[in-house]
Design a protein around this ligand. Structure first.
Ligand code: MC0
Length: 144
């Protein structure tokens, strides 16, 4: 693991949440995207004048009620849904974790934010936390 990549928060309404985080904590969106496969509209937030290498806050709003975020909101309400780590090679890290007996959700990595490659560790194998592994893609800004 390189660093904490982002903490993901499930929200019912992305625009409302963006306004709340900017007004309350001075966090602004550096990137917004719809990911149809994941069933989310999402935004990555950073402190307006913060350290460029800082971990991001990700706001995740559901595109459909039967999506991962839709189900999470239904069951738990808004709140922290995932903890994501930056990795150099998501295939390699997934293989290492599988060898330690953890269940990875996908056989092969899928597409995440900004062209990243992602996989997840099942929350039941990680102390009740949904862990995302992120291999940054070409649009990554966090090491600028
Ligand atoms: C479910 N559980 C969780 C949890 N979601 N525990 C902690 N954190 C979560 N986020 C618990 C349930 O309470 C339940 O516990 C048990 O896990 C099994 O639940 P389930 O009925 O199988 O729950 P489902 O159907 O909601 O599926 C959970 C699962 C799903 C993690 C498999 O959410 C999933 O596939 N997630 C990966 C994709 C994802 O999260 N996409 C959205 C972010 P009990 O004790 O009741 O048995 S997209 C994203 O993140 C991308 C854009 C990116 O960053 O690049």
């Amino acid at each position: 693991m390189r660093r904490i990549d982002h903490v993901g928060i499930a929200v019912p309404d992305l625009d409302e949440a963006l306004a709340f985080y900017e007004k309350t904590f001075g966090l602004v969106a550096e990137h917004e995207e719809v990911n149809e496969e994941q069933g989310v509209r999402e935004a990555m937030l950073v402190p307006a004048d913060g350290d460029p290498g800082t971990a991001r806050l990700q706001l995740l709003a559901p595109l459909r009620p039967d999506s991962a975020i839709g189900k999470f909101l239904d069951r738990s309400g808004p709140g922290i849904q995932q903890m994501a780590y930056t990795v150099d090679d998501v295939d390699e890290t997934s293989a290492e974790l599988r060898a330690k007996g953890l269940r990875l959700l996908y056989d092969a990595p899928r597409r995440g934010t900004a062209g990243s490659r992602i996989n997840f560790v099942h929350p039941k194998d990680a102390g009740g936390v949904l862990v995302e592994l992120v291999e940054p893609g070409g649009l990554d800004h966090s090491s600028d």
